[in-house]
Design a protein around this ligand. Sequence first.
Ligand code: TMP
Length: 212
Amino acid sequence: DNVHDKSRGSLIVLEGLDRSGKTSQSNRLVSYLKEKGVLVESWRFPDRTTSTGQMISAYLANESQLDDRAIHLLFSANRWEKRSLMESKIMCGTTLIVDRYSYSGVAFSAAKGLDFQWCKAPEVGLIAPDLVIYFDISPEKAAERGGYGTERYEKLEFQKKVAEHYSTLRDASWKIVDACLPMDIVEEQVREFAMACILTCQKGKPLNKLWS
Ligand code: TMP
């Protein structure tokens, strides 16, 4: 009698520097999973559609100024306001492919000089990803890729600091993909990591909380 134990979806997070290619790979992965019949949704943070998201978006476009800690907490609030929806979707069997999460939150704010532990604190208790895929590229190579855009953080010197903080956050569970390999090879690796994770979660791996 297992009518009630419907298997859950996975929380899969893609992280990396700006211009690492993770947004294109996220789209490719979602299309692939849909073809395979996996219940899947494409998500991203910041979620610019909410009211906190609009404040974040204006800040990133340099249309507004905010204290470093205030914007950090807004990015975090932008995740907290989605937490329960994420949980219910995952528990109902939907896999979420999320472009950036708390790791971006910490790496980008710490790159401004904010205390690393202070940056982590507001993220504690959010849903822990079942898988983090890191798109590894040097800041110089990323900058060469048609150059950065005009958003606030898209500058080489800043991205170098972000890269350092990402390496502090990284743990043995992260899957690292060489983002300089041809797109199709990267895509193949991402698919394999994602499928393995989805199967493990279906088999009953518990959903955890971040950094607690
Ligand atoms: P995006 O280009 O993926 O939409 O992200 C916008 C920028 O915001 C990007 O430079 C990374 C940065 N960021 C943070 O500083 N903190 C966060 O919590 C997130 C999710 C992104």
